[in-house]
Design a protein around this ligand. Structure first.
Ligand SMILES: [Zn+2]
Length: 391
């Protein structure tokens, strides 16, 4: 199996794990530590999970959420749960403070819990880290880390003895820790008093009820659509790799597209400029032809008149009538060629305008076409790169 094929299959299982996160069995050493810090929490209602719910943004390291009537679930992001890393024990202490807050504010149904309502209400007016519930949790997390860890975040009191995947409990280390830091750390109740306003509380109630009702539906929809999406991506990735389509090939196609676009755009411009020249040549030739036709015409008129004068009878009034005739004929003839010349020039002028307009429009269509094709090509190669997980 190729790299992308494997990648998307892993994505499918990660995605589904976020719907059915694995339970974590918290080792006794961490539970003892938590019981010492939060002696009033009912831990029988609390479950720990490895993996965040699918709808939580990936930057989150952990989240504490209500379940059922009085149950509480703590979810950890990938690699965020570690009882042997000092700062990550701090995350467990932080989330446990939210458990205390949940239990102190009382039960409810689904997300419609007093804690959730108050938290949502406060999040309407405070930035995340300024929400009173978070201020309290970050305070105790900070105090805990200050005492439990040294300057380099090594554990100072190895309550968990970490030799393998199953840390063991060192009771003496816990006593030592509590003797050193217990006074300021032990928390029997949350000191947060709701002060985010009655109106916001009402919105918090509405939001938490909405989440309670909509979450199952959205989850189901997300589950189905997510599996369809990842399934298609995995299917295509495996198929493409089987067909021998590689990132290098996509990059080559991408380059071909952009080369083609550049050269075709140049062709469009060339075609337009050649066209403009042809139009102008046609016009100039036309003007010359008009003027030649006119000059020849004038000569012919004059010749006809002069020949006529010569052939006229010599006696009056015949000579007078004859000359008058040829004079008028000459004026009509000249007028004819003058008008013909004006019409001729106008014709070539209009023809030139139409010709230029044609090449201008053709150029616009040509450039638009190249743009559309290159956008389609870029989109196509972008999708291919995503599917093949090209960097
Ligand atoms: Zn928090």
């Amino acid at each position: 199996m190729g790299k992308a094929c494997t990648h998307w299959q892993d994505e499918i299982s990660h995605f589904n794990q976020s719907f059915f996160p694995k339970k974590i069995n918290i080792p006794e050493c961490i539970m003892a530590l938590l019981r010492a810090i939060y002696p009033t929490i009912d831990w029988s209602k609390v479950t720990f999970y490895d993996r965040l719910p699918w709808w939580v943004t990936s930057g989150t390291n952990a989240i504490t959420l209500p379940a059922g009537i009085d149950k509480i679930h703590i979810y950890f992001g990938t690699d965020e749960y570690d009882p042997c890393a000092c700062r990550k024990v701090g995350i467990i202490v932080h989330e446990s403070c939210h458990v205390l807050q949940y239990q102190q504010t009382g039960p409810g149904f689904g997300f419609a819990r007093p804690f959730m309502m108050q938290y949502l209400a406060c999040s309407l007016i405070y930035a995340y880290e300024d929400i009173p519930f978070e201020v309290e949790a970050y305070d105790i997390e900070g105090d805990f880390i200050k005492c439990y860890c040294d300057d380099k975040y090594n554990i100072r009191f190895p309550v968990c003895v970490c030799r393998d995947d199953n840390p063991t409990f060192d009771r003496v280390a816990l006593l030592d820790f509590m003797n050193n830091c217990g006074n300021s750390l032990v928390k029997t109740s949350s000191s947060v008093i709701y002060n985010c306003g009655q109106f916001n509380y009402a919105i918090g109630i509405i939001l938490s009820l909405l989440i309670t009702v909509l979450k199952p539906l959205v989850s189901l929809l997300g589950f189905v659509l997510g599996n369809i999406f990842y399934g298609i991506m995995a299917g295509l990735a495996c198929l493409f790799e089987w067909l021998g389509i590689s990132c290098a090939w996509v990059t080559k196609v991408e380059k071909q597209c952009s080369d083609w676009a550049t050269s075709t755009r140049d062709d469009c411009t060339q075609y337009r400029d050649d066209g403009y020249n042809a139009c102008s040549e046609y016009k100039d030739n036309g003007y010359n032809a008009c003027s030649e036709y006119k000059d020849n015409g004038y000569n012919a008129c004059n010749e006809y008149r002069d020949d006529g004068y010569n052939a006229c009878c010599t006696w009056w009034p015949c000579s007078w009538g004859c000359k008058a005739w040829y004079w008028v004929a000459n004026v009509v003839c000249v007028a004819w060629y003058w008008v013909a010349n004006v019409v001729c020039v106008a014709w070539y002028w209009v023809a030139n305008v139409v010709c230029v307009a044609w090449y201008w429009v053709a150029n616009v269509v040509c450039v638009a076409w190249v743009t559309v094709v290159s956008v389609v090509c870029t989109a196509f190669t972008w999708v291919l790169k995503k599917i093949l997980v090209c960097s």
